[in-house]
Design a protein around this ligand. Structure first.
Ligand SMILES: Cc1cc2nc3c(=O)[nH]c(=O)nc-3n(C[C@H](O)[C@H](O)[C@H](O)COP(=O)(O)OP(=O)(O)OC[C@H]3O[C@@H](n4cnc5c(N)ncnc54)[C@H](O)[C@@H]3O)c2cc1C
Length: 380
């Protein structure tokens, strides 16, 4: 796909920003401390990146899904973890509110999130309900003007520094599986809300992930999001957009790996020649570049088709995530291989990319879930 002039300009802006602001010093600090960096968050917010895909009337930039995919790709090419900083607000954070929030809820919650003043996270997964998200055990029981929430969410990206969370809870225990689930906007300062300790992760260090614990949390009924008992469908719709973002992230990580592999293959000499001159290496590079381009084109065209209301969009988002995530891991593997022993050493960027790549086939639905969505669409 040939990008319009407008999208080319955007890509240039995202690329320049990442290359200038995502310094090695910042990336090393995120890796070492694992802590959220408020300074870069504020700077990204100043540029409007937190609201690229959020409508202008709610404080965002009003961009389309392609603009969002380009941003995530360019950011992930330099720093997979910093691409998540701008991802949460644009997809799983504001997504459910934009889908079915009331005007009042959108004004109250989406605007400050789009501007980066507040952080809103998405809390669906539980210790016993991952792929089988319909197995949610968290409950919400009506009590006058309130709902009382009890339960435990796990692996919640950004929970430790969040202001709000969109929480999924069972409101009708008589209904089985994904039925009878509702969505709530939970203020993280409410009594009874707490977080587990941040997980020590393999990669994407610097965007804390933790449990979110709810003990008799009283949420006002005005913070019920969307129709009662029907929250799960919204979660699935929101995940379409999120998956596209994660597919773009996978393309960016793979491109970062290829950049490093090409640089290294031209520099490193064995048998008196740069290793790039050996077909065994140059063919690997050709395969990596071809796979990345195939995934990129799938992501871009899916973004455009999704915005055009294509009924195939849900399947295409799952295909993008499946293909790009798996592709990213194949490319990261080869990039380390091209670096030989040095690829196993932290000093080389490819080692971090390799670890960061691993999550792309797991979160926002594993590759197997994407296969379930795709085959479910084809075999109905
Ligand atoms: C770093 C990180 C950040 C995350 N951020 C968030 C977040 O912000 N919000 C949130 O709600 N969740 C988040 N998650 C959770 C993530 O979405 C889940 O981990 C993921 O959906 C898989 O669930 P699970 O870990 O329970 O694995 P399981 O569901 O236990 O799956 C284990 C394996 O079994 C396979 N499997 C399961 N069922 C089937 C089946 N029917 N057919 C074939 N294979 C199957 C899976 O594909 C997987 O390979 C995050 C996870 C991580 C690690």
């Amino acid at each position: 796909m040939i990008l319009s002039e407008k999208h080319q300009m955007m890509r240039k802006l995202y690329r320049q920003f990442a290359q200038t602001e995502f310094t090695d010093e910042l990336l090393d600090r995120l890796e070492e401390t694992g802590e959220f960096d408020w300074d870069i968050h504020k700077l990204m917010a100043k540029y409007g990146f937190m609201g690229v895909k959020i409508p202008v009337e709610y404080g965002g930039q009003g961009g389309d899904s392609l603009a969002y995919a380009l941003m995530i790709e360019e950011f992930a090419r330099v720093s997979p973890v910093l691409s998540i900083y701008a991802n949460t607000s644009n997809s799983l954070g504001a997504g459910p509110l934009l889908f079915c929030g009331t005007e009042e809820q959108k004004r109250k919650y989406v605007e400050p999130v789009a501007k980066g003043e507040k952080i809103l996270v998405f809390a669906l997964t539980e210790p016993g309900a991952g792929t089988d998200a319909g197995g949610t055990l968290t409950t919400a029981v009506a009590d006058g003007d309130y709902f009382v929430l009890n339960g435990r969410k796990t692996f919640i990206s950004g929970a430790p520094m969040a202001d709000y969370a969109v929480v999924y809870a069972k409101t009708d225990p008589t209904q089985r599986g994904s039925r009878g689930i509702s969505m709530f906007i939970v203020d993280m300062k409410l009594p009874g809300v707490s977080c587990g300790k941040p997980e020590a992760k393999m990669g994407i260090k610097g965007y804390p992930t933790s449990d979110l614990i709810l003990e008799n949390v009283r949420v006002h009924k005005s913070d019920l999001l969307g129709p009662l008992h029907k929250g799960f469908a919204t979660a699935m719709k929101t995940l379409d957009g999120g998956r596209l973002g994660m597919a773009a992230q996978a393309v960016g990580i793979a491109q970062g790996c290829l950049d490093e592999a090409i640089k290294y293959a031209k520099e490193r000499k064995q048998f008196g020649k740069p290793i790039a001159s050996f077909q065994g290496i140059s063919f690997m590079i050709a395969d990596m570049a071809t796979e990345i381009e195939a995934a990129r084109q799938l992501v871009y065209s899916t973004a455009v088709r999704k915005d055009a209301g294509d009924p195939e969009a849900s399947k295409l988002c799952a295909m993008s995530k499946l293909f790009a995530g798996e592709m990213c891991n194949r490319v990261a593997y080869k990039a380390v291989q091209i670096h030989g022993g040095y690829g196993y050493i932290k000093e080389y960027k490819v080692e971090r990319f390799y670890r960061d790549a691993r999550i792309t086939t797991i979160y926002e639905g594993t590759s197997q879930v994407q296969q379930m969505v795709i085959s479910g669409n084809l075999l109905k």
